[in-house]
Design a protein around this ligand. Structure first.
Ligand code: ADP
Ligand code: MG
Length: 502
Protein backbone atom coordinates (compact mmCIF):
# COMPACT_ATOMS: atom_id res chain seq x y z
CA UNK A 1 0.00 0.00 0.00
CA UNK A 2 1.28 3.46 -0.86
CA UNK A 3 1.46 5.56 2.28
CA UNK A 4 0.40 9.13 1.57
CA UNK A 5 -0.39 10.01 5.19
CA UNK A 6 1.00 13.16 6.77
CA UNK A 7 0.52 15.60 9.62
CA UNK A 8 -0.23 19.29 9.09
CA UNK A 9 2.41 21.87 9.98
CA UNK A 10 1.73 24.58 12.57
CA UNK A 11 0.77 27.96 11.08
CA UNK A 12 3.40 30.67 11.21
CA UNK A 13 2.86 32.92 14.23
CA UNK A 14 4.21 36.47 14.23
CA UNK A 15 4.53 38.20 17.58
CA UNK A 16 3.24 41.76 17.38
CA UNK A 17 3.92 44.47 19.96
CA UNK A 18 0.54 43.75 21.59
CA UNK A 19 -0.23 40.12 20.74
CA UNK A 20 0.29 37.21 18.35
CA UNK A 21 -0.90 37.10 14.76
CA UNK A 22 -1.30 34.36 12.19
CA UNK A 23 -0.86 34.57 8.44
CA UNK A 24 -3.46 33.67 5.83
CA UNK A 25 -2.35 33.43 2.22
CA UNK A 26 -4.10 32.62 -1.05
CA UNK A 27 -2.33 32.47 -4.42
CA UNK A 28 -3.34 33.08 -7.99
CA UNK A 29 -0.74 31.40 -10.20
CA UNK A 30 -0.52 32.33 -13.86
CA UNK A 31 0.99 29.44 -15.75
CA UNK A 32 1.73 29.75 -19.46
CA UNK A 33 0.26 26.79 -21.30
CA UNK A 34 2.96 24.74 -23.04
CA UNK A 35 1.65 25.15 -26.59
CA UNK A 36 3.28 26.15 -29.85
CA UNK A 37 0.34 28.37 -30.82
CA UNK A 38 -1.69 30.99 -28.97
CA UNK A 39 -5.09 30.52 -27.30
CA UNK A 40 -7.18 32.07 -30.09
CA UNK A 41 -4.75 32.37 -33.01
CA UNK A 42 -2.18 30.29 -34.85
CA UNK A 43 0.71 32.68 -34.07
CA UNK A 44 3.81 31.18 -32.51
CA UNK A 45 4.53 31.44 -28.78
CA UNK A 46 8.29 31.08 -29.16
CA UNK A 47 10.15 32.91 -26.39
CA UNK A 48 12.79 35.48 -27.30
CA UNK A 49 11.63 35.97 -30.92
CA UNK A 50 12.16 39.29 -32.71
CA UNK A 51 9.69 41.80 -31.16
CA UNK A 52 6.29 41.84 -32.90
CA UNK A 53 7.17 38.91 -35.17
CA UNK A 54 4.67 36.49 -33.56
CA UNK A 55 1.56 38.58 -33.99
CA UNK A 56 -1.44 37.53 -36.06
CA UNK A 57 -4.27 39.85 -37.07
CA UNK A 58 -6.30 38.38 -34.21
CA UNK A 59 -3.57 39.20 -31.65
CA UNK A 60 -3.24 42.72 -33.07
CA UNK A 61 -7.05 43.09 -32.75
CA UNK A 62 -7.56 44.12 -36.35
CA UNK A 63 -11.20 45.01 -37.01
CA UNK A 64 -13.33 42.05 -37.96
CA UNK A 65 -10.89 39.38 -36.84
CA UNK A 66 -12.45 36.51 -34.91
CA UNK A 67 -10.84 34.35 -32.22
CA UNK A 68 -10.74 30.57 -32.81
CA UNK A 69 -10.21 28.37 -29.77
CA UNK A 70 -7.06 26.23 -29.77
CA UNK A 71 -8.14 22.70 -28.83
CA UNK A 72 -4.67 21.76 -27.65
CA UNK A 73 -4.69 24.57 -25.05
CA UNK A 74 -8.06 23.37 -23.78
CA UNK A 75 -6.67 19.83 -23.46
CA UNK A 76 -3.70 21.16 -21.49
CA UNK A 77 -6.04 22.93 -19.05
CA UNK A 78 -8.07 19.74 -18.62
CA UNK A 79 -4.89 17.74 -18.09
CA UNK A 80 -3.78 20.24 -15.44
CA UNK A 81 -7.15 20.05 -13.72
CA UNK A 82 -6.97 16.25 -13.62
CA UNK A 83 -3.42 16.43 -12.24
CA UNK A 84 -4.69 18.68 -9.44
CA UNK A 85 -7.51 16.21 -8.72
CA UNK A 86 -10.02 18.84 -9.71
CA UNK A 87 -13.55 18.92 -11.09
CA UNK A 88 -13.58 19.27 -14.90
CA UNK A 89 -16.46 21.37 -16.17
CA UNK A 90 -17.87 19.99 -19.40
CA UNK A 91 -19.42 23.40 -20.10
CA UNK A 92 -17.35 26.53 -19.68
CA UNK A 93 -17.49 29.94 -21.31
CA UNK A 94 -15.30 32.92 -22.15
CA UNK A 95 -15.90 36.43 -20.87
CA UNK A 96 -14.46 39.80 -21.75
CA UNK A 97 -12.61 41.59 -18.96
CA UNK A 98 -12.49 45.19 -20.10
CA UNK A 99 -9.60 47.50 -19.35
CA UNK A 100 -7.30 49.77 -21.27
CA UNK A 101 -3.60 49.11 -21.51
CA UNK A 102 -1.18 49.97 -24.34
CA UNK A 103 -0.07 46.34 -24.52
CA UNK A 104 -3.66 45.06 -24.80
CA UNK A 105 -4.80 46.04 -28.31
CA UNK A 106 -8.29 44.51 -27.96
CA UNK A 107 -9.09 46.76 -25.00
CA UNK A 108 -10.20 43.63 -23.15
CA UNK A 109 -8.78 40.33 -22.09
CA UNK A 110 -10.67 37.13 -22.91
CA UNK A 111 -10.93 35.17 -19.67
CA UNK A 112 -13.37 32.88 -17.84
CA UNK A 113 -15.08 34.50 -14.87
CA UNK A 114 -18.49 32.90 -14.57
CA UNK A 115 -17.83 29.41 -15.95
CA UNK A 116 -14.20 28.29 -15.60
CA UNK A 117 -13.08 25.09 -17.29
CA UNK A 118 -11.79 23.58 -14.03
CA UNK A 119 -13.49 23.71 -10.63
CA UNK A 120 -12.42 22.59 -7.16
CA UNK A 121 -9.31 20.54 -6.60
CA UNK A 122 -6.54 20.11 -4.08
CA UNK A 123 -2.80 19.85 -3.78
CA UNK A 124 -0.57 18.45 -1.07
CA UNK A 125 2.22 20.87 -0.13
CA UNK A 126 5.16 18.96 1.34
CA UNK A 127 6.98 20.68 4.17
CA UNK A 128 9.35 17.86 5.14
CA UNK A 129 9.17 14.08 5.62
CA UNK A 130 5.61 13.20 6.65
CA UNK A 131 4.61 16.86 7.06
CA UNK A 132 2.32 18.45 4.50
CA UNK A 133 -0.57 20.85 4.13
CA UNK A 134 -3.56 20.24 1.90
CA UNK A 135 -4.32 23.39 -0.07
CA UNK A 136 -7.67 23.60 -1.82
CA UNK A 137 -7.83 24.82 -5.40
CA UNK A 138 -10.83 27.01 -6.07
CA UNK A 139 -10.73 27.03 -9.87
CA UNK A 140 -8.53 27.11 -12.96
CA UNK A 141 -9.53 29.26 -15.89
CA UNK A 142 -8.06 29.85 -19.30
CA UNK A 143 -7.23 33.39 -20.38
CA UNK A 144 -5.08 35.45 -22.73
CA UNK A 145 -1.79 36.98 -21.72
CA UNK A 146 -1.11 40.65 -22.53
CA UNK A 147 1.83 42.08 -24.49
CA UNK A 148 4.80 43.92 -23.04
CA UNK A 149 5.46 47.65 -22.81
CA UNK A 150 9.13 48.57 -23.02
CA UNK A 151 10.14 51.75 -21.23
CA UNK A 152 13.89 51.46 -21.05
CA UNK A 153 14.97 51.62 -24.71
CA UNK A 154 14.53 55.34 -25.28
CA UNK A 155 14.44 58.33 -22.93
CA UNK A 156 11.38 59.86 -24.60
CA UNK A 157 9.44 56.96 -26.02
CA UNK A 158 7.84 53.73 -24.92
CA UNK A 159 7.61 50.70 -27.19
CA UNK A 160 5.29 47.76 -27.27
CA UNK A 161 6.03 44.12 -28.11
CA UNK A 162 2.90 42.10 -28.86
CA UNK A 163 4.57 38.68 -29.14
CA UNK A 164 3.08 37.58 -25.82
CA UNK A 165 -0.36 39.00 -26.62
CA UNK A 166 -2.90 36.20 -26.73
CA UNK A 167 -0.63 33.47 -25.37
CA UNK A 168 -2.70 31.00 -23.31
CA UNK A 169 -2.48 31.22 -19.54
CA UNK A 170 -4.01 28.99 -16.92
CA UNK A 171 -4.90 30.93 -13.82
CA UNK A 172 -4.81 28.55 -10.87
CA UNK A 173 -6.61 30.09 -7.88
CA UNK A 174 -6.07 28.61 -4.43
CA UNK A 175 -8.29 28.94 -1.38
CA UNK A 176 -6.70 30.97 1.43
CA UNK A 177 -5.28 27.78 2.96
CA UNK A 178 -1.58 28.67 3.02
CA UNK A 179 -0.31 29.60 6.48
CA UNK A 180 3.24 30.89 6.12
CA UNK A 181 5.89 32.25 3.74
CA UNK A 182 7.71 28.91 3.41
CA UNK A 183 4.43 27.18 2.68
CA UNK A 184 3.63 29.72 -0.03
CA UNK A 185 6.97 29.05 -1.73
CA UNK A 186 6.51 25.29 -1.29
CA UNK A 187 3.02 25.55 -2.80
CA UNK A 188 4.37 27.32 -5.89
CA UNK A 189 7.13 24.72 -6.12
CA UNK A 190 4.60 21.88 -5.89
CA UNK A 191 2.31 23.36 -8.54
CA UNK A 192 5.34 23.92 -10.76
CA UNK A 193 6.47 20.32 -10.22
CA UNK A 194 3.06 18.87 -11.05
CA UNK A 195 2.72 21.05 -14.17
CA UNK A 196 6.18 19.97 -15.34
CA UNK A 197 5.30 16.30 -14.74
CA UNK A 198 2.13 16.83 -16.77
CA UNK A 199 4.00 18.77 -19.45
CA UNK A 200 1.33 21.49 -19.43
CA UNK A 201 3.65 24.38 -18.47
CA UNK A 202 7.44 24.47 -18.59
CA UNK A 203 7.55 26.44 -15.34
CA UNK A 204 10.41 28.72 -16.30
CA UNK A 205 9.92 31.44 -13.69
CA UNK A 206 12.74 33.62 -14.96
CA UNK A 207 11.03 33.95 -18.32
CA UNK A 208 7.75 34.66 -16.54
CA UNK A 209 6.16 31.37 -17.64
CA UNK A 210 4.94 30.90 -14.11
CA UNK A 211 4.19 33.85 -11.87
CA UNK A 212 2.04 34.40 -8.83
CA UNK A 213 -0.19 37.06 -7.31
CA UNK A 214 0.10 36.63 -3.57
CA UNK A 215 -2.86 37.56 -1.34
CA UNK A 216 -1.90 38.16 2.28
CA UNK A 217 -3.92 38.92 5.38
CA UNK A 218 -3.36 38.48 9.12
CA UNK A 219 -5.73 37.33 11.83
CA UNK A 220 -5.72 36.51 15.53
CA UNK A 221 -5.08 32.89 16.59
CA UNK A 222 -8.34 30.93 16.47
CA UNK A 223 -9.95 33.05 13.74
CA UNK A 224 -8.76 30.84 10.90
CA UNK A 225 -10.38 27.79 12.53
CA UNK A 226 -13.66 29.73 12.64
CA UNK A 227 -13.27 30.48 8.93
CA UNK A 228 -12.60 26.79 8.24
CA UNK A 229 -15.75 25.76 10.10
CA UNK A 230 -18.03 28.29 8.44
CA UNK A 231 -16.19 29.23 5.21
CA UNK A 232 -17.18 32.78 6.17
CA UNK A 233 -14.48 35.24 5.04
CA UNK A 234 -15.73 37.62 7.75
CA UNK A 235 -13.48 35.78 10.21
CA UNK A 236 -10.39 36.65 8.17
CA UNK A 237 -8.55 39.96 7.93
CA UNK A 238 -8.60 42.27 4.92
CA UNK A 239 -6.12 41.10 2.30
CA UNK A 240 -3.64 42.86 0.08
CA UNK A 241 -2.56 41.35 -3.23
CA UNK A 242 1.11 41.45 -4.20
CA UNK A 243 1.28 41.24 -7.99
CA UNK A 244 3.46 39.31 -10.40
CA UNK A 245 5.98 37.48 -8.26
CA UNK A 246 8.34 35.20 -10.17
CA UNK A 247 10.88 34.18 -7.53
CA UNK A 248 10.38 31.81 -4.59
CA UNK A 249 12.74 33.89 -2.48
CA UNK A 250 10.97 37.17 -3.18
CA UNK A 251 7.57 35.56 -2.51
CA UNK A 252 8.73 34.70 1.00
CA UNK A 253 10.31 38.10 1.63
CA UNK A 254 7.26 39.97 0.33
CA UNK A 255 4.88 37.97 2.57
CA UNK A 256 7.03 38.57 5.67
CA UNK A 257 7.19 42.25 4.96
CA UNK A 258 3.53 42.62 4.08
CA UNK A 259 2.42 40.75 7.22
CA UNK A 260 4.50 43.04 9.44
CA UNK A 261 3.16 46.12 7.69
CA UNK A 262 -0.44 44.99 8.26
CA UNK A 263 0.22 44.05 11.89
CA UNK A 264 1.72 47.49 12.59
CA UNK A 265 -1.36 49.18 11.10
CA UNK A 266 -3.79 46.98 13.07
CA UNK A 267 -2.00 47.29 16.39
CA UNK A 268 -1.98 51.03 15.90
CA UNK A 269 -5.78 50.94 15.73
CA UNK A 270 -5.91 51.40 11.94
CA UNK A 271 -7.51 49.30 9.21
CA UNK A 272 -5.86 47.48 6.31
CA UNK A 273 -7.04 48.83 2.96
CA UNK A 274 -7.69 46.18 0.32
CA UNK A 275 -5.36 47.02 -2.53
CA UNK A 276 -2.89 45.77 -5.09
CA UNK A 277 0.74 46.19 -4.08
CA UNK A 278 4.13 45.68 -5.71
CA UNK A 279 7.18 44.16 -4.02
CA UNK A 280 10.46 46.02 -4.38
CA UNK A 281 13.24 43.49 -3.70
CA UNK A 282 15.92 46.20 -3.52
CA UNK A 283 14.16 48.04 -0.72
CA UNK A 284 12.60 44.88 0.76
CA UNK A 285 9.15 46.45 0.96
CA UNK A 286 5.77 46.39 -0.75
CA UNK A 287 4.15 49.58 -1.97
CA UNK A 288 0.70 50.48 -3.16
CA UNK A 289 0.04 50.16 -6.89
CA UNK A 290 -3.68 50.78 -7.06
CA UNK A 291 -6.74 50.29 -4.92
CA UNK A 292 -8.36 46.91 -5.49
CA UNK A 293 -10.80 46.72 -8.37
CA UNK A 294 -13.81 44.48 -8.08
CA UNK A 295 -15.12 42.26 -10.84
CA UNK A 296 -17.82 44.81 -11.71
CA UNK A 297 -15.16 47.45 -12.43
CA UNK A 298 -14.11 45.36 -15.40
CA UNK A 299 -17.61 45.21 -16.87
CA UNK A 300 -17.25 41.50 -17.50
CA UNK A 301 -19.65 40.05 -20.03
CA UNK A 302 -19.79 36.85 -22.11
CA UNK A 303 -17.63 37.23 -25.22
CA UNK A 304 -20.08 37.29 -28.14
CA UNK A 305 -17.37 36.11 -30.56
CA UNK A 306 -17.05 32.74 -28.83
CA UNK A 307 -19.60 30.00 -28.28
CA UNK A 308 -19.72 28.33 -24.89
CA UNK A 309 -17.04 25.66 -24.72
CA UNK A 310 -18.56 22.20 -24.51
CA UNK A 311 -16.35 19.16 -24.10
CA UNK A 312 -17.26 15.51 -23.84
CA UNK A 313 -16.68 13.22 -20.89
CA UNK A 314 -15.13 10.62 -23.21
CA UNK A 315 -12.52 13.18 -24.30
CA UNK A 316 -11.76 14.00 -20.65
CA UNK A 317 -11.49 10.27 -19.89
CA UNK A 318 -9.00 9.86 -22.72
CA UNK A 319 -6.84 12.63 -21.29
CA UNK A 320 -7.15 11.09 -17.80
CA UNK A 321 -6.01 7.72 -19.15
CA UNK A 322 -2.85 9.35 -20.50
CA UNK A 323 -1.77 11.05 -17.27
CA UNK A 324 1.67 10.13 -15.97
CA UNK A 325 2.34 8.95 -12.41
CA UNK A 326 2.38 12.16 -10.33
CA UNK A 327 5.01 13.25 -7.78
CA UNK A 328 3.22 12.21 -4.54
CA UNK A 329 2.45 8.74 -5.84
CA UNK A 330 5.92 8.32 -7.31
CA UNK A 331 7.57 9.40 -4.06
CA UNK A 332 5.48 7.01 -1.99
CA UNK A 333 6.18 4.17 -4.43
CA UNK A 334 9.93 4.80 -4.30
CA UNK A 335 9.82 4.55 -0.48
CA UNK A 336 7.87 1.31 -0.68
CA UNK A 337 9.54 -0.34 -3.66
CA UNK A 338 13.18 0.64 -3.15
CA UNK A 339 13.23 1.08 0.64
CA UNK A 340 14.30 4.73 0.34
CA UNK A 341 13.88 7.42 2.97
CA UNK A 342 11.16 10.02 2.32
CA UNK A 343 13.90 12.56 1.87
CA UNK A 344 15.82 10.61 -0.77
CA UNK A 345 12.58 9.75 -2.54
CA UNK A 346 11.59 13.40 -2.72
CA UNK A 347 14.99 14.42 -4.07
CA UNK A 348 14.78 11.72 -6.74
CA UNK A 349 11.22 12.64 -7.77
CA UNK A 350 11.76 16.42 -7.92
CA UNK A 351 11.81 16.17 -11.71
CA UNK A 352 10.25 13.36 -13.75
CA UNK A 353 13.51 12.93 -15.71
CA UNK A 354 15.53 12.42 -12.51
CA UNK A 355 13.06 9.80 -11.32
CA UNK A 356 13.18 7.95 -14.65
CA UNK A 357 16.99 7.94 -14.57
CA UNK A 358 17.02 6.57 -11.02
CA UNK A 359 14.54 3.84 -11.86
CA UNK A 360 16.64 2.72 -14.80
CA UNK A 361 19.68 2.44 -12.51
CA UNK A 362 17.81 0.79 -9.62
CA UNK A 363 16.01 -1.80 -11.78
CA UNK A 364 17.19 -5.21 -10.53
CA UNK A 365 19.77 -3.67 -8.17
CA UNK A 366 20.01 -2.50 -4.55
CA UNK A 367 17.71 0.56 -4.47
CA UNK A 368 19.47 2.31 -1.60
CA UNK A 369 22.88 1.90 -3.19
CA UNK A 370 21.47 3.24 -6.47
CA UNK A 371 19.86 6.21 -4.66
CA UNK A 372 23.14 7.08 -2.91
CA UNK A 373 25.07 7.03 -6.14
CA UNK A 374 22.53 8.97 -8.15
CA UNK A 375 22.03 11.64 -5.46
CA UNK A 376 25.53 12.04 -4.06
CA UNK A 377 27.86 11.23 -6.93
CA UNK A 378 25.88 11.91 -10.09
CA UNK A 379 23.72 14.88 -9.01
CA UNK A 380 26.70 16.35 -7.14
CA UNK A 381 28.91 16.07 -10.21
CA UNK A 382 26.24 17.43 -12.59
CA UNK A 383 25.58 20.37 -10.28
CA UNK A 384 29.25 21.32 -10.34
CA UNK A 385 28.94 21.93 -14.06
CA UNK A 386 25.39 23.27 -13.90
CA UNK A 387 24.11 20.41 -15.99
CA UNK A 388 20.77 18.72 -15.59
CA UNK A 389 20.11 15.01 -15.86
CA UNK A 390 19.31 15.17 -19.57
CA UNK A 391 22.89 16.33 -20.15
CA UNK A 392 24.48 13.58 -18.05
CA UNK A 393 27.53 12.07 -19.77
CA UNK A 394 26.98 8.91 -17.70
CA UNK A 395 24.04 6.79 -18.84
CA UNK A 396 21.92 4.73 -16.42
CA UNK A 397 23.48 1.59 -17.94
CA UNK A 398 27.00 2.87 -17.21
CA UNK A 399 26.18 3.88 -13.63
CA UNK A 400 24.41 0.54 -13.17
CA UNK A 401 27.57 -1.18 -14.44
CA UNK A 402 29.63 0.57 -11.75
CA UNK A 403 27.15 -0.53 -9.07
CA UNK A 404 27.33 -4.12 -10.30
CA UNK A 405 31.13 -4.09 -9.90
CA UNK A 406 30.72 -2.84 -6.32
CA UNK A 407 28.08 -5.46 -5.49
CA UNK A 408 30.20 -8.29 -6.90
CA UNK A 409 33.12 -7.12 -4.75
CA UNK A 410 35.24 -6.43 -7.84
CA UNK A 411 35.96 -2.87 -6.75
CA UNK A 412 35.85 -1.04 -3.41
CA UNK A 413 33.68 2.03 -2.84
CA UNK A 414 36.76 4.22 -3.08
CA UNK A 415 37.93 2.78 -6.39
CA UNK A 416 34.33 3.06 -7.62
CA UNK A 417 34.53 6.83 -7.19
CA UNK A 418 37.68 6.95 -9.31
CA UNK A 419 35.98 4.76 -11.88
CA UNK A 420 32.92 7.04 -11.89
CA UNK A 421 35.14 10.02 -12.61
CA UNK A 422 36.78 8.19 -15.53
CA UNK A 423 33.41 7.19 -16.99
CA UNK A 424 32.09 10.73 -16.45
CA UNK A 425 34.96 12.40 -18.27
CA UNK A 426 35.97 9.88 -20.92
CA UNK A 427 33.03 7.48 -21.21
CA UNK A 428 33.41 3.74 -21.77
CA UNK A 429 32.20 0.46 -20.31
CA UNK A 430 32.95 0.33 -16.56
CA UNK A 431 33.79 -3.40 -16.45
CA UNK A 432 36.17 -3.03 -19.38
CA UNK A 433 37.88 -0.01 -17.82
CA UNK A 434 38.41 -1.92 -14.57
CA UNK A 435 39.89 -4.82 -16.51
CA UNK A 436 42.17 -2.69 -18.67
CA UNK A 437 43.44 -0.44 -15.92
CA UNK A 438 43.88 -3.24 -13.36
CA UNK A 439 41.51 -1.60 -10.91
CA UNK A 440 40.08 -4.84 -9.57
CA UNK A 441 39.98 -5.22 -5.83
CA UNK A 442 42.47 -7.76 -4.46
CA UNK A 443 40.44 -10.26 -2.47
CA UNK A 444 43.04 -12.97 -2.87
CA UNK A 445 44.09 -13.40 0.76
CA UNK A 446 47.43 -14.88 -0.24
CA UNK A 447 48.44 -11.68 -2.02
CA UNK A 448 47.18 -9.53 0.85
CA UNK A 449 49.01 -11.69 3.36
CA UNK A 450 52.25 -11.26 1.43
CA UNK A 451 51.82 -7.49 1.44
CA UNK A 452 51.11 -7.48 5.20
CA UNK A 453 54.17 -9.65 5.85
CA UNK A 454 56.35 -7.26 3.89
CA UNK A 455 55.14 -4.18 5.82
CA UNK A 456 55.69 -6.02 9.12
CA UNK A 457 59.18 -7.13 8.13
CA UNK A 458 60.14 -3.61 6.98
CA UNK A 459 58.97 -1.87 10.17
CA UNK A 460 60.11 -3.77 13.30
CA UNK A 461 59.93 -0.67 15.54
CA UNK A 462 56.31 0.02 14.55
CA UNK A 463 55.45 -3.63 15.14
CA UNK A 464 56.77 -3.35 18.70
CA UNK A 465 54.65 -0.26 19.36
CA UNK A 466 51.55 -1.77 17.81
CA UNK A 467 51.82 -4.84 20.01
CA UNK A 468 51.72 -2.51 23.08
CA UNK A 469 48.92 -0.39 21.62
CA UNK A 470 46.49 -2.23 19.29
CA UNK A 471 45.09 1.10 18.07
CA UNK A 472 48.24 1.53 15.98
CA UNK A 473 47.19 -1.40 13.76
CA UNK A 474 45.45 1.15 11.55
CA UNK A 475 48.86 2.41 10.40
CA UNK A 476 49.64 -1.05 8.97
CA UNK A 477 46.30 -1.19 7.20
CA UNK A 478 47.11 2.18 5.63
CA UNK A 479 50.54 0.98 4.48
CA UNK A 480 49.10 -2.17 2.92
CA UNK A 481 46.42 -0.18 1.11
CA UNK A 482 49.10 2.16 -0.19
CA UNK A 483 51.28 -0.73 -1.32
CA UNK A 484 48.37 -2.29 -3.22
CA UNK A 485 47.27 0.97 -4.82
CA UNK A 486 44.05 1.01 -2.80
CA UNK A 487 42.88 -2.19 -4.44
CA UNK A 488 43.11 -4.54 -1.46
CA UNK A 489 39.78 -5.43 0.10
CA UNK A 490 39.88 -3.27 3.26
CA UNK A 491 37.95 -5.79 5.36
CA UNK A 492 40.40 -8.58 4.51
CA UNK A 493 43.40 -6.31 5.20
CA UNK A 494 42.04 -5.38 8.63
CA UNK A 495 41.52 -9.02 9.57
CA UNK A 496 44.92 -10.17 8.37
CA UNK A 497 46.79 -7.28 10.04
CA UNK A 498 45.01 -7.97 13.34
CA UNK A 499 45.83 -11.66 13.11
CA UNK A 500 49.52 -11.13 12.23
CA UNK A 501 50.10 -8.56 14.94
CA UNK A 502 48.58 -11.06 17.34
P1 ADP B 1 -9.69 38.60 -7.16
O1 ADP B 1 -9.93 37.94 -8.47
O2 ADP B 1 -10.41 39.85 -6.96
O3 ADP B 1 -8.25 38.77 -6.84
P2 ADP B 1 -10.62 36.20 -5.69
O4 ADP B 1 -11.85 36.10 -4.87
O5 ADP B 1 -10.55 35.39 -6.93
O6 ADP B 1 -10.33 37.71 -5.98
O7 ADP B 1 -9.45 35.78 -4.69
C1 ADP B 1 -8.16 35.94 -4.98
C2 ADP B 1 -7.29 35.16 -4.00
O8 ADP B 1 -7.31 35.75 -2.71
C3 ADP B 1 -7.68 33.72 -3.80
O9 ADP B 1 -6.51 32.95 -3.94
C4 ADP B 1 -8.17 33.67 -2.37
O10 ADP B 1 -7.87 32.45 -1.75
C5 ADP B 1 -7.38 34.78 -1.71
N1 ADP B 1 -8.00 35.35 -0.53
C6 ADP B 1 -9.29 35.69 -0.37
N2 ADP B 1 -9.47 36.21 0.87
C7 ADP B 1 -8.28 36.21 1.51
C8 ADP B 1 -7.83 36.64 2.79
N3 ADP B 1 -8.64 37.18 3.67
N4 ADP B 1 -6.53 36.50 3.08
C9 ADP B 1 -5.68 35.96 2.19
N5 ADP B 1 -6.04 35.53 0.97
C10 ADP B 1 -7.33 35.66 0.61
MG1 MG C 1 -6.62 38.65 -7.84
Amino acid sequence: MLDLSYTAPEPKVIAGAKHDWELVIGLEIHAQVASKAKLFSGASTQFGAEPNSNVSFVDAAMPGMLPVINEFCVAQAVRTGLGLKAQINLMSAFDRKNYFYPDLPQGYQISQLYHPIVGEGEVLVNMGPGVARKVRIERIHLEQDAGKSIHDMDPNMSFVDLNRTGVALMEIVSRPDIRGPEEAAAYVAKIRQILRYLGTCDGNMQNGNLRADVNVSVCRPGDYEKYQETQDFGHLGTRCEIKNMNSMRFIQQAIEHEARRQIAILEDGGAVVQETRLYDPDKGETRSMRSKEEAHDYRYFPDPDLLPLEIEQAWVDDIAAGLPELPDEKRARFVLEFGLTEYDASVLTAEAENAAYFEAVAEGRDGKLAANWVINELFGRLKKEEHDITESPVSPAQLGGILDLISKGDISGKIAKDLFEIVYTTGGDPAQIVEERGMKQVTDTGAIEAAVDKVIADNPAQVEKARQNPKLAGWFVGQVMKATGGKANPKAVNEIVAKKLG
